[in-house]
Design a protein around this ligand. Structure first.
Ligand code: ZN
Ligand code: ZN
Length: 325
């Protein structure tokens, strides 16, 4: 089987893979939670949280499916173009895959940073951060607008403009989804696994720091699947102690944000004294020197509906890139 055939195969089974990965992460955190939830493993608040997270995710997938890809469509294809065609000439499909995975993951990192830096994007992304007890479903808890926008921009930039062949998307999506679900799950990896995996991949401990409500942690660890971008750009932060509190400081404890429609409306409501929700003074991100060191990329749900029918037909959008955290 060639790599493009493998990509098409994954795309045809995108939903099955997403459900299996989610069930694995959820089973892990239910059976061996890192931290017991205040109301136990099956509390009513958890059920509401799961329901709102799933509804948000479904909203994002539906919105992406409704957006017209028409003008973009002629630029999307399974054949590499531009710089990716050069990569294919020099190193075949393997080099295209390597370059494509790096490009998609770098996009995920930069897009995540933009969502923290640009006011309106932050308001949308804050839906993800407002979760005060992150768990596996937090990985899917993004406002539908940012979900769809992120996927669309990734597709336009990388596939449309730079010529990334579409078969790379589901392969990166599989890696990113697996890492992202685990990174949000309420689980703890053994120290040694954290250390070794963390050299290349985003780990649960690393991403917990990104969700911390403490000022020093707030603008760090933006990585999607790979931790290399945080190392390279000096935004990696590792803590000796575990994170104490999660969430957006200005929104913590406000019952409006945990109501069923709260996350949908969060970006558009006045936040009052919460300002933009972030800590008043965020120190510059620590440089990699100290022991310091993430939908879909946002292609989560970005699977264009224009996939040629593969072995299993034209499946649902890839629950892969755009994600942010
Ligand atoms: Zn996150
Ligand atoms: Zn974030």
């Amino acid at each position: 089987m060639t790599l493009p055939e493998f990509g098409r195969l994954l795309h045809g089974h995108a939903w099955t893979l997403l459900i299996l990965l989610f069930l694995a992460a959820a089973a892990w955190e239910i059976l061996r939670p890192r931290q017991e939830r205040p109301e136990g493993r099956w509390g009513g608040r958890l059920a509401l949280h799961w329901a709102t997270s799933l509804a948000l995710f479904a909203g994002g997938v539906a919105l992406l499916g409704l957006l017209p890809l028409g003008p973009l469509e002629p630029w999307l294809g399974f054949e590499a173009r531009g710089p990716f065609a050069l990569a294919e000439r020099w190193g075949g499909h393997a080099l295209v895959l390597l370059a494509g995975v790096l490009a998609l993951d770098l996009y995920g990192y930069l897009s995540h940073r933009a969502q923290h830096a640009v006011g309106p994007l932050w308001r949308l992304h804050a839906v993800h951060h407002a979760d005060e007890e992150p768990n596996a479903l937090t990985a899917l808890r993004h406002h539908p607008l940012i979900h769809a926008l992120d996927a669309l921009v990734a597709l336009a930039l990388l596939a449309g403009l730079l010529g990334l062949p579409l078969w790379v998307l589901p392969i990166h999506a599989l890696l990113w989804r697996a890492v992202n679900l685990l990174a949000h799950a309420n689980v703890a990896l053994p120290d040694r696994a954290e250390r070794w995996l963390g050299l290349v991949l985003v780990t649960p401990r690393m991403h917990r720091v990104h969700h911390s409500a403490e000022a020093a942690d707030f603008e760090t660890n933006f990585g999607a699947a790979l931790s290399v971008w945080d190392r390279l750009f000096g935004t990696l932060r590792e803590r000796a102690s575990d994170v104490g509190a999660f969430g957006v400081p200005g929104l913590r404890g406000d019952p409006r944000w945990s109501a069923p429609l709260g996350p949908w409306l969060l970006p558009f409501r006045p936040w009052g004294s919460a300002g933009d929700g972030r800590p008043a003074a965020v120190p510059p991100a620590p440089r990699a020197a100290a022991p310091n060191p993430v939908s879909p990329p946002p292609l989560a749900g970005a699977g264009p509906s224009r996939w040629p029918a593969g072995p299993s037909g034209d499946g649902p959008p890839d629950q892969a890139p755009p994600r942010r955290m």
